[in-house]
Every structure is written in structure tokens, then in C-alpha cells.
Ligand binder design. Structure first.
Ligand SMILES: [Zn+2]
Length: 536
């Protein structure tokens, strides 16, 4: 517990991978090309029609149900030139594309292809007329539009070929963050709204192109101090995540709430070389980070007899640092080994920087409820198990989140999404660890199981490893306050948690012989760590 300053707000985040939720598109007038054919009966069969394009009206000549090729072509923005000798129209579109039509044409040359139509183009008083399918199959696609002819209304309704959204969708405003979660780097492109995108590996990296929206990039190019991603570069309607070296690969997927695209950059998995004589690789050293809650001016909860949470958590953390290596061969790092204040984010940054295999945050609970006692173990969730868990998380989150909240790059929501991504990969293991710890603590506390709970603890959110928060007991309860003060109880709590850690690693890493000497590393100064990667 603690009293403190600012309260943190958490966005509701869903990690379900889904296809981009394209908004239903209701056609409306702006951006539509409406060709209105008004009938004017005449003895010669000549009629006039109108073509409306973005609110501008063009007259279209009509003869015996066929439409003037030149009128329609010019209306949709094409350039038309006529060979006076042959009567052939050359209809041009940039760059260097052309469509030809002359009297008698049924096979229409469009660029390098032939498009066949239902009846010949014909000349009437020096003007070329063509049937509806000439426009539908040849001219409109050539112009980059599609059209529907309504014979009853005698009305062409034409939309841009990319779909109605292509010209109408509001531009997508983008925000970029890069976070390295070893062994991959994730580039998160947060979108103001979900939009279709096409990812493609290019020589320099992974390119994402938005197909039916304009984009508003946050910058043209920014370099990142990241092991895998050198830069993020915007050009036109595309962004390129530039790899640091050509052996890297990447894939992209959308997430919702909020809308974002995640580009995950990593190394191709190489098949191991066939070397029978190769010695087995050394077992990598396991690092476990133990986080004594609170510190310095952040006293945490204070018991009725004056015991401060920050002191209890540090004393138990030191005992735990001694106990764990007796069970699991490991190096234990404390986030603090003195009465000092550390921000919540720096605690997990340290764990990430140390490439820790576990993150254990120690706390002592408090409650106004008379008789509240026992231990509780939490793992990260954006949803809480119950109202009590919500209250516990809210109080623990009151500590300052980041050391430098005023930095110009600060984007708390985006940061939290990144942290959430980091921890989400470990939720199952965190849950398993929480269960192992709670089972052991129930024995020590001789209490009913207060259960394993989930809550959005800020201090767990950034950890890129299994992470739990343990409320070892209720400092607000007079009897438990006495217990928490006693060396015997502190030691039994430490041993119980160490035993649970041993069980947790039991499958992955058999308990090794006790390390020679106590493998406790004093807390280094809080490091900004490697996540998220700072922009250069
Ligand atoms: Zn606390």
C-alpha cells in the first residue's frame, strides 16, 4: 500500500488478433460519380444525359442507347485526341497508358490487352458512341473507377475502383513506438482508425502500405537505438521498418482496441549445423529479480503499531535473495537494497535489462475491513478478479510510474500497450507461478486461501518474463503486523516463496547444487533498460 501522487488510467486493451475491423461503408454523394441520363426524345434518336462527378455536372451525348465515348472519357478525367482521317479516338491516362476506339471496334485495345465488348463502337455525325459494357469493361477500369448502370433509373452510379472508402475515408493518423523484447523487436503502429494494409518484405526491411486511406505519419524518418530495427521511414502511403541487418525477417498483424499494427522483427530460425562432436551449450545463468515494494518517501501501508510496508518488503526480499539460490541455481537481483524510492516502471525495466527469468514484487496488504488477514498472490491482468483486487491494484499503482513523465516522447497509453504486449506472452506462466507461491504461503499463513488474483498492477505490466506480485500479509491487522515484524515469520515467507520458485522451475531446470557463496547482486542504479528503445 502507499499514499502517493497521480493516479494512472488504463486503457481497455484486447489482445485478440483479428482482421482489421473495416467500418461498414454507406455510399454517399461526395466522391461518387453519378451519371445521370436524362431522356429527351427526338426524331433522330439523339438524347442528352448528365454526368455528375464530385458535384460537377457534365453533359453526355446519347445516341440510340449508346453513350458518347469522348464525353464520358473527358468527364472521368481522361485525355481524348481524335485522328481526323480514321475517326479513331486515343484516350490517354498517365503515365503513358492508352485506350483506343474507332468506328467498328469490338475488340478494344487497352494498354497491352484486348477487351471484347458486346457490339461495335459506331460513329454518328462524326461522334463515337459505345454500348454500356464498353464503359463497364474497358473505359471505367482504365480510368480507375467502376460503374453500375441502372436501366430503370437510366442512371450510372460510379465509384472509385478501390471501393467507396478509397476516396472518402478520413486519413489515418499514426503513432510509432519500438520496443525490444528479446529476442524480437516489436514496432507498434497505432492507428487513429483501423485501415486495410498490405505488408511486404523489401530489401531494407518490412514495408506496410495502406491501400484505401491516406496516412498522417508522425515523422518522415526516425532512427532507433534498437538491436534489430535501425529506423522507421514513411514515404507516401507506406512505412518501412528498416532492419539493422539483412539476416532479419518480420511479420505484421493487426490488434484492436485501440487499433494498431504490430510489426514483429526477429531472426530467421537457422537449422542447427550438424556437428556431432559439438559440446552441449552451457546452461544459461538464471537471473531472478526480487522487487521490494515501495521505498524512500513511499512508505507504503503503515500498521497500527507503526510498522512500514517498505521496511517489511526489503527485509523479506533480502531473505528471499538468500533463499532462492539454495533451491534454484540462480543470480538474484534486488530492484533496491536500501531505503530508496524507485518508479514502478524502472523496477520492470531493470528486470528486462537483466534478462530476468522471473520478477517477484513483494508487498504487504492493508484493509479497513476488520479481520482481513492472510496472503494474496497476483499476476497481471487488465481485468480484475473482484472489487477488492481492483482496490489493491489502484492503491499499489499510486506510486510514480515513470522517472521522467514530462519527456516529449511520453505517450502513457502507447507505453501501456507495449508493456501489455510484453507481459501478455507470459500470462500463463505467471498464473502458474502465482498458484505455486500461494499454495506455499497458505501453509505459512495458516489461513484460508485468499486465492490467486488478477489485477492491472502497473509494476507487473512491463515485465517481459513471468511476473507476480505477492501481498505477504495484512500489515493493517494487529496480529499480522507483529508477525511481519518477526524474523522467524519473514524467513518462513521467504523459504515458502523460494520453494514455489523451485517448483516453478522444476520442469525447466532441475535444481542445481547450492551456489558457492550467496549469489546476491546488489541493486544497481535503476536503468532505463532496453525497452522501449529510445529514439535517437
Ligand atoms: Zn505495496
Amino acid at each position: 500500500m502507499l499514499s502517493g501522487a497521480g493516479r494512472l488510467n488504463y486503457p481497455v486493451i484486447s489482445n485478440s488478433v483479428s482482421t482489421p475491423p473495416f467500418r461498414p461503408v454507406v455510399p454517399c454523394l461526395p466522391g461518387l460519380l453519378v451519371l445521370v441520363l436524362a431522356m429527351h426524345g427526338s426524331a433522330s434518336g439523339q438524347q442528352t444525359a448528365s454526368l455528375v462527378w464530385r458535384g460537377e455536372t457534365f453533359p453526355i451525348a446519347v445516341s440510340r442507347g449508346d453513350f458518347s465515348v469522348g464525353d464520358v472519357a473527358r468527364a472521368v478525367g481522361l485525355t481524348v485526341s481524335r485522328d481526323t482521317t480514321t475517326g479513331v479516338l486515343t484516350i490517354a491516362a498517365k503515365p503513358g497508358r492508352q485506350l483506343l476506339a474507332g468506328p467498328g471496334t469490338v475488340q478494344v485495345p487497352v494498354d497491352q490487352k484486348i477487351v471484347e465488348i458486346s457490339k461495335p463502337v459506331r460513329s454518328d455525325a462524326g461522334v463515337l458512341y459505345a454500348p454500356a459494357d464498353f464503359f463497364e469493361k474497358a473505359l471505367f477500369p482504365f480510368a480507375g473507377v467502376t460503374g453500375a448502370w441502372d436501366a430503370g433509373e437510366r442512371l450510372w452510379t460510379i465509384t472509385p475502383a478501390g471501393g467507396p472508402a478509397a476516396e472518402r475515408g478520413a486519413p489515418v493518423t499514426l503513432d510509432v513506438a519500438v520496443v525490444h523484447v528479446d529476442p524480437t523487436t516489436q514496432v507498434v503502429l497505432r492507428e487513429s482508425t483501423a485501415a486495410r494494409f498490405v505488408p511486404r518484405l523489401v530489401e531494407s526491411g518490412l514495408q506496410i502500405r495502406w491501400t484505401d486511406r491516406k496516412i498522417v505519419p508522425p515523422f518522415a524518418e526516425r532512427r532507433f537505438d534498437d538491436p534489430l530495427v535501425a529506423a522507421v521511414r514513411f514515404e507516401g502511403d507506406a512505412v518501412t521498418v528498416v532492419f539493422r541487418d539483412p539476416t532479419l525477417t518480420a511479420h505484421a498483424y493487426p490488434l484492436t482496441d485501440p487499433d494498431r499494427i504490430v510489426v514483429e522483427v526477429g531472426r530467421l530460425v537457422q537449422s542447427p549445423p550438424i556437428e556431432p562432436a559439438a559440446p552441449p551449450p552451457p546452461v544459461p545463468a538464471l537471473t531472478i529479480v526480487v522487487d521490494p515494494g515501495h521505498g524512500g518517501t513511499e512508505t507504503g501501508a503503515i500498521g497500527p503499531a507503526g510498522l512500514q510496508e517498505k521496511d517489511v518488503t526489503l527485509q523479506i526480499a533480502r531473505r528471499l535473495a538468500a533463499a532462492i539460490p539454495r533451491v534454484v541455481s540462480s543470480r538474484v537481483v534486488l530492484t533496491r537494497d536500501s531505503d530508496s524510492a524507485i518508479s514502478l516502471d524502472d523496477r520492470t525495466s531493470l528486470a528486462n535489462h537483466e534478462k530476468a527469468g522471473l520478477f517477484l514484487s513483494l508487498h504487504a496488504n492493508s484493509s479497513r475491513a476488520v479481520g482481513a488477514h492472510g496472503s494474496e498472490t497476483y499476476y497481471l491482468s487488465l481485468e480484475t478478479s473482484d472489487q477488492v483486487s481492483q482496490d489493491v491494484a489502484r492503491r499499489e499503482n499510486l506510486a510514480p510510474a515513470a522517472a521522467a513523465p514530462g519527456s516529449p516522447e511520453a505517450n502513457p497509453d502507447l507505453d501501456f500497450i507495449l508493456w501489455d504486449l510484453a507481459q501478455s506472452a507470459h500470462i500463463n506462466e505467471s498464473s502458474r507461478l502465482a498458484e505455486a507461491i500461494q499454495t506455499q504461503l497458505n501453509v505459512v499463513s495458516r489461513t484460508e486461501n485468499r486465492g490467486i488474483k488478477q489485477a492491472p498492477f502497473r509494476v507487473l505490466a512491463g515485465a517481459t518474463m513471468p511476473a507476480v506480485l505477492v501481498e505477504v500479509g495484512f500489515i493493517s491487522h494487529p496480529d499480522e503486523e507483529k508477525q511481519l515484524r518477526s524474523a522467524a515469520f519473514q524467513e518462513s515467507v521467504a523459504v515458502a516463496i523460494a520453494k514455489a520458485v523451485g517448483e516453478f522451475f522444476g520442469r525447466r531446470q532441475p535444481a542445481a547444487a547450492p551456489a558457492a557463496g550467496l549469489a546476491v547482486t546488489p541493486s544497481p542504479a535503476p536503468s532505463p533498460g532496453v525497452t522501449p528503445s529510445p529514439a535517437r
